[in-house]
Design a protein around this ligand. Structure first.
Ligand SMILES: O=C(O)CCC(=O)N[C@@H](CCC(=O)O)C(=O)O
Ligand SMILES: [Zn+2]
Length: 330
């Protein structure tokens, strides 16, 4: 790619390299304006603008590499013109400091600090980053004139019965019919509907900017370079169609729908998860099963069957230690 600015040639390396130039911008030969807004935040605007705005984020957890690799290639393809761009687009790499150290987070889970919850932990490095990201998407969405979408891309820590699944943030308004139709066309095994406000990025963009938001889980955490990106072809095609302002060509496929019925609460270091340490996401337990205990707390399955998602007894007290979900019959 001759004459391509390093930020576009390799957005990931540029972001990781502590580049001294903080803000750079330019225009592609097809007229698209690009603007690097510092530390992993890159905006593209079509030459004649657009009333559609899209945020694509990855690396909110620093070691979740597959979606970071997909976004990096997407930037390269936009830069060459190979990937058409018809919407305002903000690409965001989340926990850059953790990405540099190949870990989920340094001190606090960034995806528990949105919804302005970072204000309670002002000394945490992740709190500063959450504030920066909130500011960046506020500026981006405040300048939007039409529909706003946000896909926040993650990978799971442990294996799952469904290697690709989505989580809709809790919303008091109905979910966007178009987003739901898109999610049927990106090869997901399951879609979870959250039951309560949360400190997640998807909840934040939905709640504070009325964006149509979803968290997408792409397989299991792997080091950079070891991902089988072909497994995520459906999600990649969806992102590319949304960037191009077109419809995905993937045929609609049914997925299972689950609603979150509870989250496991870790109150203290006495928290015990009463399950095998290698339990897979979506493992089902019958009514009456004791799932977790803590001081003055126990979680017992109360529905006919509940499945566990994201069990993690190692989180800090006060942070959710897992979700309990029940299948919804469509
Ligand atoms: O595998 C795990 O335990 C976590 C994978 C992950 O980071 N998932 C997100 C989901 C966010 C949401 O609920 O929308 C998270 O836990 O932050
Ligand atoms: Zn994650």
């Amino acid at each position: 790619m001759p004459h391509t600015h390093p930020v576009l040639a390799d957005f990931l390396s540029f972001t990781l390299s502590h580049h001294p130039i903080d803000i750079v911008k330019g225009q592609l030969t097809n007229g698209v304006h690009w603007h690097y807004l510092g530390d992993g935040i890159l905006e593209f605007v079509p030459q004649h603008g657009s009333d559609q705005s899209l945020v694509l984020s990855a690396g909110i957890h620093g070691n979740e590499t597959a979606p970071i690799e997909l976004l990096n290639t997407l930037v390269q393809n936009i830069a060459t013109g190979e990937q058409p761009l018809a919407v305002r687009l903000l690409m965001l790499l989340g926990n850059v400091a953790a990405m540099r150290q190949n870990c989920r987070y340094l001190q606090d889970d960034l995806n528990r600090l949105f919804d302005h919850r970072h204000q309670k932990l002002p000394d945490s490095p992740e709190a500063q980053r959450a504030a920066n990201i909130e500011e960046a998407i506020a500026q981006f969405f405040d300048a939007a004139s039409g529909k706003k979408y946000h896909l926040d891309l993650h990978t799971a820590i442990r294996p799952s019965s469904f290697s690709r699944f989505g989580l809709l943030p809790y919303q008091s308004r109905p979910y966007d019919a178009y987003l739901l139709s898109l999610l049927e066309r990106c090869d997901l095994g399951a879609l979870l509907i959250n039951h309560a406000p949360a400190g997640t990025f998807a909840y934040h963009s939905s709640q504070h900017h009325s964006a149509e938001s979803v968290t997408l889980e792409l397989g299991k955490v792997q080091p950079f370079g070891q991902n089988q990106l072909a497994e995520f072809a459906g999600i990649n095609a969806l992102m590319r169609a949304m960037v191009a302002g077109t419809e995905p060509t993937t045929a609609a496929q049914p997925y299972k729908t689950f609603k979150v019925v509870a989250q496991l609460e870790k109150h203290s270091e006495d928290f015990v998860l009463n399950l095998p340490s290698d339990v897979a996401n979506f493992t089902a337990y019958p009514k009456g099963t004791l799932i977790a205990t803590d001081q003055g707390y126990e979680y017992i399955v109360s529905h006919g069957e509940e499945r566990i998602v994201f069990p993690n007894p190692k989180v800090k007290p006060g942070v959710r230690a897992g979700l309990m979900v029940v299948e919804v019959n469509n």
